[in-house]
Design a protein around this ligand. Structure first.
Ligand code: AR6
Length: 171
């Protein structure tokens, strides 16, 4: 069965998928943007698990991903990935952003996740250009799901109008 790719405008903390993805930072200790919203809505259990991961492996590198349960959220898991900070495209930001999507999907597969929702990683506080980020997100997700069976649906959740319109155009 081919993976369904869908688009929703709204708040990712309300999405009932097996996993939602968080645009975290390498400390895994929370922050603003979607990271703040997920920890606020999900409650302290998520932060406690992030602390345990930190103690074990010292945080999460850019482009990598870790998984926790989802506390009070309707999802079962939160996959925390660390997007690159945009620096004029000089520091392999594009490859690192693609790694975020790929590593999140691999972790999802490893944990039996069928449906997964992504925010627009790096396009807020980390200032990755939204058009470039949308193209990378779609290309990477399509590439991964075309060569790996097991994920039935990938939902892109856009919070701001600009991202929503870009994804509408690309899809
Ligand atoms: N649901 C879905 N998307 C959201 C939500 C939400 N509730 N809130 C914001 N967005 P950002 P980054 C969108 O800044 O650029 C944090 O402090 C937002 O419109 O959350 O990867 C972390 O701790 C934007 O399109 O993440 C890091 O330090 C997208 O989410 C840093 O920010 C990503 O914006 C990560 O920066």
């Amino acid at each position: 069965m081919p993976t369904r790719i869908s688009l929703i405008k709204g708040d990712i903390t309300r999405i009932q998928a097996d996993a939602i993805v968080n645009a975290a930072n390498s400390s895994l200790l929370g922050g603003g943007g979607v990271d703040g919203a997920i920890h606020r809505a999900g409650g302290p259990a998520i932060l406690e698990e992030c602390r345990q991961i930190r103690n074990r492996q010292g945080g999460c590198a850019t482009g990598e991903a870790v998984i926790t349960t989802a506390g009070k959220l309707p999802a079962r898991f939160v996959i925390h990935t660390v997007g690159p900070v945009w620096n004029k495209g000089n520091n392999t930001e594009e490859a690192l952003l693609a790694s975020c999507y790929r590593n999140s999907l691999q972790l999802a597969l490893d944990n039996g996740v069928n449906t997964i929702a992504f925010p627009n990683i790096s396009t807020g506080i980390y200032h990755f250009p939204k058009d470039k980020a949308a193209a990378i997100a779609l290309e990477t997700v399509r590439g991964f799901t075309n060569t790996n069976a097991g994920i039935s649906e990938v939902i892109f959740v856009c919070f701001d109008d600009e991202n929503f319109q870009l994804y509408q155009k690309e899809l």
